[in-house]
Design a protein around this ligand. Structure first.
Ligand code: PMP
Length: 292
């Protein structure tokens, strides 16, 4: 089956899906994005993803490209056209196409929108979670606003490459005071030896992950103790458990940090329980049936 992408109002074959060379996303990373999990054909926590998209757009003064209802329709349609049951849908909004100039273009410029969808191998993701992953730490050299979900991901890709070359799957960024901010494409969590969950406060130093918020809901529902605060690499090394969260693989246990075993070196019970229960607290959104 051939893949289909949505590009600026049209559904086109993925292999010939193109954006203009003067798209501001291409020239300046002047674009924001969202990745939303698809589970059994439904979009997971779409409302929260679209809320975060609105916030990112507002922070960068990019016009909303279309109404929320229209955007939801495009997301669902792209998922359906690509026959994705389990996977994710990717949405990118750039400031639009304008002659290259650092100054922002006319605010009336229409934003450019791209949507793609892809299936994932759930069984492989499950196997990874059962084994747990290794992470390495790297200095956080990103700009001052990682809370905005921009496509400016060069530090993240380079950090993840460092991880890969060290035999790990994720890099944890560490700030100037030695505290973990977040992963290259995940939020970072630890479980202390006395059973408290710790994840960094969602200020401007990290992306407020939608999965992070979902796990918070779950944690509250189960009356687990959670602290939103910074933790050092040293504290993580002494933790009972560690894990990462992201929409593309909700809760993934971490079993090694910089080559050191966490806990007994196998996925912890808290992380595995949160992973198993994650979809209990999420919103599932399906296309609106217009009676056709
Ligand atoms: N932090 C970063 C830097 C990310 O790229 C991601 C994934 N988009 C996350 C955290 C997790 O966010 P979410 O749970 O919304 O996928």
């Amino acid at each position: 089956m051939s893949r289909i992408a949505y590009v600026n109002g049209r559904y086109v074959p993925h292999r010939s899906a193109m954006v203009h060379i003067e798209d501001r996303g291409y020239q300046y990373a002047d674009a924001v994005y969202e990745v939303c999990e698809v589970s059994d054909g439904a979009l997971v926590d779409m409302t929260r993803h679209l809320d975060r998209l609105d916030r990112s757009l507002r922070e960068l003064r990019i016009r909303p490209p279309m109404s929320r209802g229209a955007l939801a329709t495009v997301l669902h349609r792209t998922v359906a056209l690509n026959r994705v049951r389990d996977g994710f849908v990717y949405l990118q909004v750039s400031r639009g196409v304008a002659r290259r100039d650092h100054f922002l273009p006319d605010p009336a410029l229409p934003p450019a929108v791209v949507v793609t969808a892809r299936s994932v191998d759930r069984a492989a993701a499950e196997r990874t979670a059962r084994k747990g992953i290794a992470v390495v730490t790297v200095p956080d050299n990103r700009w001052g606003r990682p809370d905005i979900k921009t496509v400016q991901l060069l530090p993240n890709t380079l950090a993840k490459q460092v991880a890969k070359e060290a035999g790990a799957s994720e890099a944890w960024f560490v700030d100037a005071s030695g505290h973990v901010t977040e992963g290259g494409s995940t939020n970072a969590w630890i479980v202390t030896k006395d059973g408290r969950l710790v994840t960094r406060q969602a200020d401007s130093s990290i992306l407020r992950g939608i999965t992070r918020t979902g796990v918070m809901d779950l944690v509250k529902r189960r009356n687990l103790l959670v602290e939103e605060r910074a933790f050092t690499v040293e504290e993580a090394l002494g933790a009972a458990e560690a894990f990462v969260t992201s929409a593309s693989n909700p809760v993934t246990p971490v079993v090694r940090i910089n080559g050191n075993m966490i806990g007994d070196g196998s996925p912890g019970p808290v992380a595995l329980a949160l992973r198993a229960a994650f979809h209990e607290v999420t919103e599932l959104s399906r296309p609106v049936n217009h009676g056709k």
